[in-house]
Design a protein around this ligand. Structure first.
Ligand code: AQP
Length: 333
């Protein structure tokens, strides 16, 4: 069974985007792979996080993953900072990766924006930590969206350079696991921007713990244009907000935008939005209820995460110890 690693940042309440683009697709992978699911708090602090909020969000993220069907009995669910191997290996990879490689990372350029001098050094070396996350477990498959492909190529470059420099066939190649047509969910306020849990506007996103009234209100207020829905996807060109709502509807019903438009073409948003809101509530309400139930017993969630970290350490520690031996570090004992 191939080993999978995937992570999600506890940088806010997970959104519909995280659900349709990642979490929902992780669940069936558990039938055919050995999976490590990680709440990546070390990655989250590459941008400022309020300390009290970070701890709360870390537990909430774990609760949402469990509510969505991540199975901690068969697989490993844990918090990144609970397993020191990630930071230890990331330091070694900081010394393997070349500045020129990092300079090419488009996500850094996007996230840093114009004010590059002011962002953290952590944001810059983020891809080296991501390589460590995967390679600390010799994981060979990583479910990713298209935006993460470049980081995986960099992880492979790091693995190859390490193997070459230290003359060892130690780190395996990593394959991206691209999961069908990517559901890229966009902001409800701006159809050209991705929906993000850290967007300053709560109206831009559906949070996985929003109640039915909040979901209905957010969808009612979602930016749209005045035209009715077209009957063919071609009619969505230059209508990013309309395309986004149709895409969400299609993803939630596991169908295509063409099929949605074949059924709903000609309707105005006044008629389409309530249907979309009802659909969202029917999918998300059971997740929100289960998340609340789990969060009522935080000690139980923490125990699950502690057990997960112990299992993760049992895999990663020997791999990092061997990496350190190859590098030439004097063994600590
Ligand atoms: N809008 C989205 N549509 C589809 N997939 C998405 N993902 C995130 N947003 C969307 C996918 O969710 C997984 C986990 O993402 P992450 O938390 O590690 O970081 P992110 O991609 O930066 O997500 P956010 O919500 O935008 O977080 P912040 O606001 O903290 O930057 C990934 O597989 C991602 O593709």
């Amino acid at each position: 069974m191939a080993r999978i690693f995937s992570g999600i940042q506890p940088s806010g309440i997970p959104t519909l985007g995280n659900y349709l683009g990642a979490i929902r697709n992780w669940v069936p992978l558990q039938d055919e792979h050995e999976c490590l699911w990680c709440v990546v708090d070390l990655h989250a602090i590459t941008v400022w996080q309020e300390p009290a909020a970070l701890a709360r969000q870390t537990r909430e993220m774990a609760a949402v993953l469990l509510a969505c069907g991540i199975d901690p009995a068969r697989h490993v669910l844990f918090v990144q900072s609970h397993v020191r191997a990630h930071a230890q290996l990331a330091w070694i990879f900081n010394c393997v990766a070349r500045l020129g490689w990092l300079n090419r990372m488009t996500q850094f350029k996007d996230k840093a924006g114009k004010d590059r001098e002011a962002v953290s050094a952590g944001l810059y070396v983020y891809p080296n930590l991501m390589a460590a996350d995967i390679l600390a477990y010799h994981a060979t498959k990583v479910p990713v969206g298209d935006d993460q492909r470049q980081h995986l190529e960099l992880a492979n470059d790091i693995a190859q350079k390490f193997n070459h420099d230290y003359d060892a066939a130690f780190f395996p190649p990593i394959e991206p696991l691209i999961l069908g047509p990517a559901a890229r969910v966009m902001s409800l306020r701006d159809g050209t921007k991705k929906m993000s849990k850290s967007d300053p506007s709560d109206q831009s996103r559906i949070n996985l713990n929003d109640d039915a009234d909040t979901i209905a209100l957010k969808i009612r207020r979602a930016k749209t244009d005045a035209d009715p829905l077209p009957s063919e996807p071609e009619g969505l060109a230059n209508r990013p907000e309309a395309r986004n709502l149709v895409g969400i509807y299609a993803a939630l019903t596991s169908t295509t935008p063409s099929a949605v438009l074949a059924e709903h073409g000609g309707k105005g948003f006044g008629a389409f939005k309530p249907l979309l809101a009802d659909l969202l509530v029917s999918v998300l309400d059971p997740i929100a209820r289960e998340t609340d139930r789990l969060l009522a017993d935080p000690a139980e969630i923490d125990a699950t995460l502690r057990a997960g970290a112990a299992r993760a350490r049992a895999i990663a520690d020997p791999i990092v110890a061997e990496t350190e031996r190859l590098v030439g570090f004097l063994p600590p004992r």
